[in-house]
Design a protein around this ligand. Structure first.
Ligand SMILES: Cc1ncc(COP(=O)(O)O)c(C=O)c1O
Length: 385
């Protein structure tokens, strides 16, 4: 990993972690699928087993993500929510309290509200962009601070170094959902955060054909995250780990294009008379722009915006798009649009959405790698329609 630290992101994406096929000289990591392994074998202390996260195909993808995050270890799982569950439950137990960012992916929000009470874990939703409030919300039994930046779907920005400092001060583990930024644009661990979690379903795998997740950490937290992975058992299988590693090889290349497209589309939308508001941290008017410019190497391809008019104006606009489909998910090569109230945040109540600032006309756009002019042309014809 030392040598990877000196290499550029494209080189790390291509080479880090990959385990060429010793038997044939093949350069690509083979797909390992054995569930039964000889034991004892070459002096190994533990038997090989997929759930234990021992397959070379799993380790290749995990080590590539670890290298990209500047982490000592990474574990890959069958979904982003599985990784987030592992990160939360690795460090929380009954009687503990967690501070959870209010404006986060709806599925994570729902996991916390539905499962934490059953497990006896207390929590408060807080605005992690306001560090003074975050510190004030801490309790003697606060053991974990959970942040997502940029956040889904409002693209709120939290100052990760400041959040990490609060967590350290109160003796809590800090976890950052780094899905929107990707490790190409942002490395939470380098800013003091303890664990970076990902929905690998999005940019990491990158082709809208794989459900997976990852947690990356420093050595101090690796054993706990590995043990939780083994105990709950959501480890990613070898076939899918192969697809994840293949997708990761082009992550930096895709993000370069996606960040360029994201900025261009956000600026174009912001100047359109029918657009009431654009949330994109790369725009100088975004409240988190200065922090984002400091802690991110690119602003990513996620943005959200509101049109003038009622909810049905947003619905009609989305229906008029010809190239950009209305779809759940994000982070693929193709641009996708959705109405968070109907998709990613449908499980939140209307009151919870309103409290989090997720309006009924909000549209979330995942900008893909298509040509910028074609993305803008589709948005233009739908806005003018
Ligand atoms: C920011 C963020 N985190 C986590 C998840 C959950 O990922 P998965 O669907 O892979 O479980 C999502 C899914 O949309 C997301 O947008």
């Amino acid at each position: 990993m030392t040598s990877n630290a000196k290499r550029g992101p494209n080189t790390v994406c291509v080479h880090a972690g990959t385990r060429p096929d010793e038997a044939t000289g093949g350069l690509v990591t083979p797909i390992h699928v054995s569930t039964a392994h000889r034991f004892p074998h070459r002096g190994l202390a533990e038997p090989g087993y997929p759930r234990y996260h021992t397959l070379p195909t799993q380790l290749a993808a995990a080590d590539k993500i670890a290298a990209l995050e500047g982490a000592d270890a990474c574990f890959i799982h069958a979904s982003g929510l599985a990784s987030i569950t592992v990160a939360l439950l690795a460090f929380l137990r009954a009687g503990d309290h967690a501070l959870i960012q209010a404006d986060i992916y709806g599925g994570t929000h729902h996991f916390v509200t539905a499962e934490f009470p059953r497990l006896g874990i207390g929590f408060d939703f807080v605005d992690c962009g306001d560090v003074a409030r975050l510190r004030a919300a801490a309790r003697p039994n606060t053991r974990l601070v959970y942040v997502e930046t940029p956040s889904n779907p409002l693209l709120g920005v939290a100052d990760l170094a400041a959040v990490a400092a609060v967590a350290r001060e109160i003796g809590a583990v800090s976890v950052c959902d780094n899905t929107f930024a990707t490790p190409v644009c942002q490395n939470p661990l380098s800013l003091g955060i303890d664990v970076a979690a990902h929905s690998g379903t999005k940019y990491l795998a990158g082709h809208s054909d794989l459900n997976c997740g990852a947690v990356a950490c420093r050595a101090a937290h690796a054993e706990r995250l590995h043990e939780t992975t083994v105990n709950y058992g959501p480890t990613l299988n070898g076939m899918d780990a192969f697809l994840l590693e293949r997708g990761l090889k082009t992550l930096a290349l895709r993000m370069e294009r996606i960040c360029r497209n994201g900025l261009a589309v956000a600026a174009w939308l912001a100047a359109h008379p029918k657009v009431a508001r654009v949330n994109y941290p790369g725009l100088p008017g975004h409240p988190g722009h200065a922090v984002a410019a400091r802690q991110m190497r690119g602003f990513g391809g996620m943005l959200s915006f509101e049109l003038f008019g009622a909810a049905n104006a947003a619905d009609a606009f989305a229906a008029r798009l010809r190239m950009i489909p209305q779809a759940v998910s994000l982070g693929g090569v193709e641009s996708l649009i959705c109405l968070p109230r109907l998709t990613s945040h449908a499980k939140m109540t209307a009151a919870e959405r309103a409290a989090a600032g997720i309006g009924d006309t909000l549209l979330r756009l995942s900008v893909g790698i298509e040509d910028e002019a074609d993305i803008i042309a589709d948005l233009a014809q739908a806005l003018d329609g």
